[in-house]
Design a protein around this ligand. Structure first.
Ligand SMILES: *Cc1c(COP(=O)(O)O)cnc(C)c1O
Length: 385
């Protein structure tokens, strides 16, 4: 079946009630038939859910759908995207191990690399986007994981997944991709040779700004290591949030199509606007990695970034003039969202550091929502005025 169908028709077995919509399994534990059943389940001789920190039907349904959509053997779901990122590194790395990462990563992932993992002797080296030789050169004998976000946030840089996968294969390094901006309806990194796809399900997967969630999709061998770590460290996704996220997957393909169509339209209109210095969108021909984007992405996605001629002050002023757009720390929502990285998420960096990660002072990031595209555009055009 096609992925649109799998996202809808992959579900738990019905109970005796024959419910159409999947029920919510709000239970912290599961009863055993007898003492022998209990012994066997604890000894892992017999499959059983035991406790919701280990397993839950709603959580498993969400994982099963995501694994099918990403083309992964299996996966593990977590309470948030960062719980997924941390669980992944925590499960696979030991003291002395090393990570190679694309320079532009989500803010909290950057903190993990620079402040938290070093406490356990795990370090990371950043490499500039597009510097493929640099990625290869940065890999040392103790490097275990190469980590990327593509498209990157907020610069929307695109990295050639196939090229990086070939380097990782040659160097025997695990290749992991944060696929949060694309979702499997746009890009499936495992099809291009990645070993792992990680998501913050908080963004497009929920898509309605309600819950946090995360998921790690991979091979059975990697999932086993993640499971062994996560069962005893407790980053479990709640059954209620899993139920919401699994339901959300039923509409994700339709939402992603609309987000992408509207964002593409907004990007094209911005490109024509006299007060806009430049526009970045993966499917604009002016994007320097347009050909790579076309190769590995089915659609351009819902995020557009653009640079205002007036710099920092213009960026802040623009945000204040918007009426429909929300100013909020999320993306991928039905509601359009605008952020100004230089005065918010990246304000602690020096202008030089911001430049390194591709953030100029006038850069605005739009998460184009599902409102009518004309209303979205009018709001932008008025604010620009
Ligand atoms: C939001 C985000 C995360 C973290 O996810 P949370 O659900 O907020 O913990 C990780 N990576 C990317 C690219 C994100 O946008």
């Amino acid at each position: 079946m096609k992925k649109e169908t799998l996202a809808i028709r992959t579900q738990n077995k019905r109970t005796d009630h024959q419910e159409h919509s999947v029920p919510l399994y709000m239970t912290s534990s599961y009863v055993f038939e007898d003492a022998e059943d209990m012994r066997a389940q604890f000894a892992e001789e017999k499959q059983g859910e035991i406790y919701s920190r280990y397993a839950n039907p709603n959580v498993q349904e969400f994982i099963d759908k995501m694994a099918l959509l990403e083309g992964a053997e299996s996966g593990w779901a977590t309470a948030s995207g960062m719980a997924a990122v941390f669980t992944f590194f925590g499960a696979l790395l030991s003291s002395g191990d090393h990570i190679v990462s694309g320079r532009s990563v989500f803010g909290s992932t950057h903190r993990l690399f620079t402040e938290i993992l070093p406490k356990w002797g795990i370090t990371a080296t950043y490499v500039d986007y597009y510097d493929y030789q640099g990625f290869e050169n940065a890999i040392r004998p103790e490097t275990k994981i190469l980590y990327l976000e593509t498209p990157s946030n907020p610069g929307l840089d695109i990295i050639d997944l196939e090229k990086v996968a070939a380097i990782c294969k040659k160097k025997n390094v695990i290749f992991a991709v944060d696929n949060c901006f694309a979702t499997p309806f746009i890009q499936r990194p495992i099809e291009f040779g990645a070993d792992v796809a990680i998501h913050s399900a908080t963004k497009y997967i929920d898509g309605q700004g309600r819950t946090l969630g995360g998921v790690i999709l991979s091979s059975n061998a990697i999932t086993e290591k993640i499971k062994a770590f996560a069962r005893h460290t407790g980053p479990a996704l709640s059954p209620f949030n899993a139920w919401i996220l699994s339901k959300s997957l039923e509409t994700l393909s339709v939402r992603i199509e609309r987000h992408s169509a509207s964002a593409f339209e907004i990007a094209k209109r911005l490109e024509q606007h006299p007060d806009v210095l430049s526009v970045k969108y993966p499917f604009l021909e002016s994007h320097s990695q347009f050909e790579i984007a076309k190769k590995q992405m089915d659609l351009g996605g819902g995020i557009v970034s653009f640079e205002l001629k007036g710099g920092l002050e213009a960026g802040r002023k623009f945000l204040d003039q918007l009426e429909i757009f929300s100013l909020t720390a999320n993306l991928g929502d039905t509601r359009s969202i605008a952020t100004h990285p230089a005065s918010t998420t990246h304000s602690k960096l020096t202008p030089e550091q911001r430049k390194e990660v591709g953030i100029s002072d006038g850069l605005v990031r739009l998460s184009v929502g599902l409102e009518h595209v004309d209303d979205i555009w009018n709001d932008i055009a008025n604010a620009l005025k």
